[in-house]
Design a protein around this ligand. Structure first.
Ligand code: URA
Length: 433
């Protein structure tokens, strides 16, 4: 059957066979299916969907498109963590050293910012000298020495995902449960961990806008992982408003360090503690009642901060940033967005704040764009907090004022003020195991 017939089959709502899916993924990796045909099939999948069986086959074919990291030489249980992406989501950078300080190995392949969402690699690269492109060999050595390492996806792991993601990004085919699940899980299965804890984001700043979709995505990823022999659990967490008070690379690094010193914002600290505790339990090393106290001790004793120091040093970065934030890039200019009335911050729409941060230079419009690590948005007032007319709610930090007009408009439109205190939904919305 020619590839046009595979596209037509999905267009007409039929299930693809395992052979169809293998042909598709092999053709993407070998670059012998033209982009327009790949895009046509992706759009047919977005519109017609895929069964769980088809999604499992797609994931498996994407894993087989490249290598799998062999972590068997690293002692102990290895637990992965992945977030489906949000605004101000710096959790991995805080969580990795905490988990390692508790004696559980956390290997982490991370991505760059995409659209309005930030990327862990871009944040870490705000630290002068920090290298995210370690070889697989260095990654394994660092996991043995330090207990954690956060690196970029190498070209040899799930290469089909890399190509498919780049096409999806420019053909409006990102928001699809089976495509997101296969994309995330192919990378996580190739990463070589023994277990995985997922943070599935839900709300304005996430790919999944509704709780129902987020729950369905979580269930799908948990079932793909479990069927492939990777113990997988998922948290569903709110992403209506940005996490923490900093959006933008160097600003978020400072917030991570503050959290490791015990002075982080409540939402970041709560999410990090919940996810890290679950990772300790899933590793099999900690009983449920012991996990959270262990995480809190790692923070309070400074051991997690020292792990962060070891991590930065191993990856060639300037660990002096932990004690002196002036060593991080700093924006020269600031612009305040003030409240128009007395009241309460009822909403701070995460995608708009993320786009405002991009507009001042903290993110990319295109994959090849250079980012300004010092730029971003500081959140002076979070949802639920009271404000007086004229008080600053958001502050834009920038060097180049070309995007300032757009950023101000986006930031202003992200804010909703109410006369009464708003009822906010909890940060942790549920779990799927
Ligand atoms: N993150 C991924 O890795 N892939 C997707 O498709 C969406 C979010």
């Amino acid at each position: 059957m020619g590839f046009i017939d595979v596209i037509a089959k999905k267009r007409d709502g039929y299930a693809l066979s395992r052979e169809d899916i293998d042909e598709f993924v092999y053709g993407v990796s070998a670059a012998n299916i033209p982009d327009y045909q790949v895009s046509a099939l992706l759009m047919a999948i977005v519109i017609r969907g895929m069964s769980d069986r088809e999604t499992g086959w797609l994931t498996d074919a994407m894993v087989r498109s490249g290598d799998r990291v062999d972590l068997s030489d690293v002692p102990g249980t290895k637990v992965g963590k992945h977030s489906t992406g949000g605004v101000g989501d710096k959790v991995s950078i805080v969580l990795a050293p905490i988990v390692a300080a508790c004696g559980v190995v956390l290997p982490k392949l991370s991505g760059r910012g995409l659209g309005h969402t930030g990327g862990t690699l871009d944040k870490l690269e705000a630290i002068p000298g920090f290298r995210v492109n370690l070889s697989v060999d260095e990654f394994i050595r660092m996991l043995t020495d330090v207990g954690t390492s956060i690196v970029g996806q190498t070209v040899s792991l799930a290469p089909a995902d890399k190509k498919l993601y780049a096409l999806r990004d420019v053909t409006a085919t990102v928001p699809s449960l089976p495509l997101i699940a296969a994309s995330v899980m192919s990378k996580k299965l190739a990463e070589g961990s023994d277990a995985l804890v997922l943070d599935v984001k839900c709300g304005h700043g996430a790919f999944m806008k509704s709780e129902t979709d987020a729950r369905d995505l979580a269930r799908l990823m948990v079932s793909i992982g479990s069927r492939a022999g990777l113990r997988t659990e998922a948290f569903i967490t709110d992403m209506d408003a940005p996490l923490g008070r900093a959006v933008g690379n160097a600003l978020e690094v400072i917030e991570c360090i503050e959290t490791l010193k015990g002075h982080g914002p409540d939402d970041i600290t709560a999410l990090v503690v919940a996810l890290a505790s679950r990772i300790l339990v899933v590793s099999g090393r900690y009983a449920r009642p012991d996990a959270e106290p262990a995480v809190r001790r790692a923070l309070a004793s400074g051991r997690a901060l020292e792990k962060m120091r070891a991590m930065i040093e191993w990856q060639g970065g300037d660990a002096g940033v932990l004690d002196d934030y002036a060593r991080l890039p700093r924006a020269a200019r600031r612009h305040a967005i003030a409240a128009g009335a007395d009241g309460y911050v009822a909403a701070l729409q995460a995608d708009l704040v993320g786009r405002a941060s991009m507009a001042v230079g903290a993110g990319r419009q295109r994959i090849e764009d250079r980012i300004d690590h010092s730029a971003g948005v500081v959140i002076a007032k979070k949802p639920g907090e009271s404000v007086r007319a004229g008080e600053t709610i958001l502050e834009l930090l920038y060097n180049d004022d070309r995007g300032l007009g757009e950023a101000s408009a986006l930031a202003s439109s992200a804010i909703r003020i109410s006369a009464e205190p708003p009822v906010l939904r909890p940060l942790l919305l549920g779990t799927v195991a």
